[in-house]
Design a protein around this ligand. Structure first.
Ligand code: NAD
Ligand code: TYD
Length: 337
């Protein structure tokens, strides 16, 4: 079913901002409200091109604040919850914020959805809830949850609450679990934008451990198309994995960025490993592909080329982000590592 009024939480972040743009483009009769607390990762610049669209509205607010979330959600058909603390390294430096935003926040939003009889609640989750794989195999929707970081544990907890609200209160819910995203507007704490920015300014490229950890990469626009499919066609109570069969080791990614930028591999610096670092992620997305007819469209070669040139063309977007607090995080995370 097509929803006419969608509340997107966390829409000022990386993926949520692409999702809002996708919905406004693909569903010309749909109104979208973006409820976002504007944490360090929230940036209204990500939505500059849609800010004057009459079908789009921004509300500054926190999903843990039940009263204001309920006021904002009144009259909406669907809630799509992207709002979260999203970076594993920050969850190691300070787990508390992850418990608040990802667990308490999701719970309070579920309560709002239940009380207001919202028709559908979509939880945007991650493949990281399944833990880490060895050399073979992929995560299916039936893989047991085995999160290893405070981030993934908080996301898994939220998924369990969503499941419980579906079973106990008959709230119509769906969950998506996607692999690592890349694309424009990603905060430069994450692997791909961080490496592009450092390489651009001839700074060291900090690769954790032996660089052989594997991630399964998907372009953010393919992820957003999948979220809309699940929102409209997914079966209540179900989980849908989202991925594009695209596994690379971190060192392969870093070397490909250096090659594209014409920079030397001597910029690579192996640094102390991340504690509890998951070795490999690999997502089996055959369920969404066969049941909902979704398929990724963007090849990694093309997506990466476009992503790198976007970052090179948008240095002002980056400069505006590199506030005092980002510098402080960078020093804490990388200097003397
Ligand atoms: P992000 O960090 O770029 O954006 C998160 C957004 O949520 C920010 O705009 C922030 O201001 C907002 N936010 C945080 N706490 C909030 C709160 N309490 N109330 C309201 N807003 C709040 O994250 P992202 O990479 O865009 O990820 C979005 C969602 O997708 C997250 O739930 C994440 O777990 C999930 N996910 C991310 C990836 C990935 O590769 N980035 C992959 C799979 C799933
Ligand atoms: P990241 O983008 O933080 O995503 P996630 O941990 O959620 O998968 O990291 C992707 C991979 O890159 C992960 O294996 C950790 C590694 N990594 C580095 O080697 N160096 C870095 O500076 C960062 C940020 C990540």
């Amino acid at each position: 079913m097509e929803f006419k009024k969608i509340l997107v939480t966390g829409g000022a972040g990386f993926i949520g901002s692409h999702f809002i743009r996708h919905v406004l483009n693909m569903r010309p009769a749909t109104q979208v409200t973006n409820l976002d607390a504007l944490t360090y990762a929230g940036n209204l610049e990500n939505l500059r091109d849609v800010q004057s669209n009459p079908r789009y509205k921004f509300v500054k607010g926190d999903i843990t604040d039940t009263k204001s979330a309920a006021q904002t959600a009144e009259g909406f058909d669907a809630i799509v919850n992207f709002a979260a603390e999203s970076h594993v390294d920050r969850s190691i430096l300070g787990p508390e914020a992850f418990i608040q935003a990802n667990i308490v926040g999701t719970h309070r939003l579920l309560e709002v959805a239940r009380k207001l009889k919202i028709k559908r609640f979509l939880q945007v989750s991650t493949d990281e809830v399944y833990g880490s794989l060895g050399d073979s195999g992929s995560f299916t929707e039936n893989t047991p949850l085995a999160p290893n970081s405070p981030y993934s544990a908080s996301k898994a907890s939220a998924d369990l609450l969503v499941r419980a609200y579906n079973h106990t209160f008959n709230l119509d819910t769906v969950i998506t679990r996607c692999s690592n995203n890349y694309g424009p507007f990603q905060f430069p704490e994450k692997l791909i934008p961080l490496m592009i920015f450092n390489a651009r300014s001839n700074k060291d490229l900090p690769v954790y451990g032996d660089g052989l950890n594997i991630r399964d990469w998907i372009h953010v626009e393919d992820h957003c198309a999948a979220v809309l499919e699940v929102l409209e066609k997914g079966k209540s109570g179900e989980v849908y994995n989202v991925g594009s069969d695209n596994e690379w080791s971190n060192i392969q990614i870093v070397k490909s960025i250096l090659k594209e930028l014409g920079k030397p591999e001597s910029l690579i610096k192996f640094v102390k490993d991340r504690p509890g670092h998951d070795r490999r992620y690999s997502i089996d997305s055959s369920k969404i592909q066969s049941e909902l007819k979704w398929a990724p469209k963007i090849t990694f070669a093309d997506g990466m080329k476009r992503t790198i040139s976007w970052y090179l063309d948008n240095t002002k977007w980056l400069q505006n982000l590199q506030s005092g607090s980002y510098q402080k995080y960078y020093e804490q995370q990388y200097v003397n590592r």
